[in-house]
Ligand binder design. Structure first.
Ligand SMILES: [Zn+2]
Length: 262
C-alpha cells in the first residue's frame, strides 16, 4: 500500500471515513510508535494516507505527539505532500471563529519537544525561511474559494507548548508579535517534514478568539465550533487533494541540499 499524499488530522479530525475503500496499517519506526494506525484509501481520486494526530480517541496531548514517528511512517509509505488540519485560536478581529487560515510562517514558542532527526553525529541546519509549501498554499486558496468559506492565505501561526491555553498577558504578546493564530501542534511537525523533504501545509481552523478577547476560552465552546470547522475542512481537503498533480514543481524535495555540515 502506497500513497503520495498524507493527511495528519488534528482536533476533531479523527475519522478515517474521510477516505473511501481504506485499509488500516500499522507502521513501526526507529522513533517508536505512530499516534494511531494509518489508513490508506481514496480521496478526491487520489491515494491518500490518513493519520489522526492525537489518536482516534483523542488520547495523546499536543506535547506527547510522536511527530518523528508519524512523519517517518508517512514518508516510508511514499508520502510527498502533507495536509495538516489543526484547531487554532484567532489573534485578530478579522479572523473570527469558522475562518480557515493557511499560514505561510510560524513562530515557535514550544519548550520541550523532539525537533530534529539529526541529534548527531550527523549535524544538519535546515532552512526554515519559507517553511510551508508554496504550491500547496495556492491549491488550498483555490479550494477554499470554491467552497465559499471565510479564509486567508498567508499569516503567522504561533505554536505554544500547551496543553494549557495562553494567559491574557501571553495572548497580548502574541498579538504584538503580529501572529495571526495560536495553536499547539504545528511544531515540530512542520520542521520534521522539512527534514524529510516533504511538502507541508496547514489548514488552521479558527475555533475561538484567544483569551485576549473579553471572555476566556472554554474547551466546550472550542469543541462546538470545531465540529462545524471539520465539515468545511473536509470539503477544502477534497478539492485541494484532487488538484494535486505530480511531479511536484516546488523546491521542497531539495530542502536538504545545503543543510548538512558534515
Ligand atoms: Zn512543496
Amino acid at each position: 500500500m502506497r500513497a503520495s499524499i498524507g493527511i495528519i488530522g488534528g482536533s476533531g479530525f479523527y475519522d478515517p471515513a474521510l477516505l473511501t475503500d481504506s485499509q488500516e496499517i500499522n507502521k513501526h519506526t526507529p522513533y517508536g510508535e505512530t499516534s494511531d494506525s494509518i489508513y490508506i484509501g481514496k480521496l478526491g481520486g487520489k491515494q491518500v494516507a490518513f493519520l489522526p494526530r492525537h489518536g482516534r480517541g483523542h488520547t495523546i496531548p499536543p506535547h506527547k505527539i510522536n511527530s518523528r514517528a508519524n512523519l517517518w511512517a508517512l514518508k516510508e509509505l511514499g508520502v510527498e505532500r502533507i495536509f495538516a488540519p489543526s484547531a487554532v485560536g484567532s489573534l485578530r478581529e478579522d479572523l473570527p471563529p469558522g475562518t480557515v487560515v493557511f499560514p505561510d510562517q510560524f513562530i515557535d514558542m514550544t519548550k520541550n519537544r523532539c525537533y530534529t532527526y539529526y541529534d548527531g553525529p550527523k549535524v544538519a541546519h535546515f532552512s526554515a525561511a519559507d517553511p510551508f509549501c508554496p504550491e500547496l498554499l495556492i491549491q488550498l486558496g483555490r479550494a477554499a474559494e470554491e467552497v465559499g468559506i471565510n479564509y486567508r492565505v498567508g499569516g503567522t501561526y504561533l505554536c505554544i507548548e500547551g496543553p494549557r491555553f495562553s494567559t491574557r498577558a501571553e495572548s497580548e504578546l502574541w498579538r504584538q508579535f503580529r501572529a495571526h493564530v495560536v495553536g499547539m501542534t504545528l511544531v515540530p511537525e512542520i520542521v520534521l517534514a522539512r527534514e524529510l523533504s516533504l511538502c507541508y501545509c496547514t489548514l488552521a481552523l479558527v475555533t475561538d478568539f484567544d483569551v485576549w478577547a473579553s471572555s476566556p476560552v472554554s474547551a466546550k465552546e472550542v469543541v462546538e465550533t470545531q465540529r462545524k470547522n471539520v465539515e468545511s475542512a473536509r470539503e477544502i481537503l477534497y478539492k485541494a487533494v484532487a488538484a494535486s498533480v505530480e511531479p511536484r514543481k516546488c523546491n521542497c524535495s531539495r530542502a536538504g541540499e545545503n543543510a548538512f555540515v558534515n
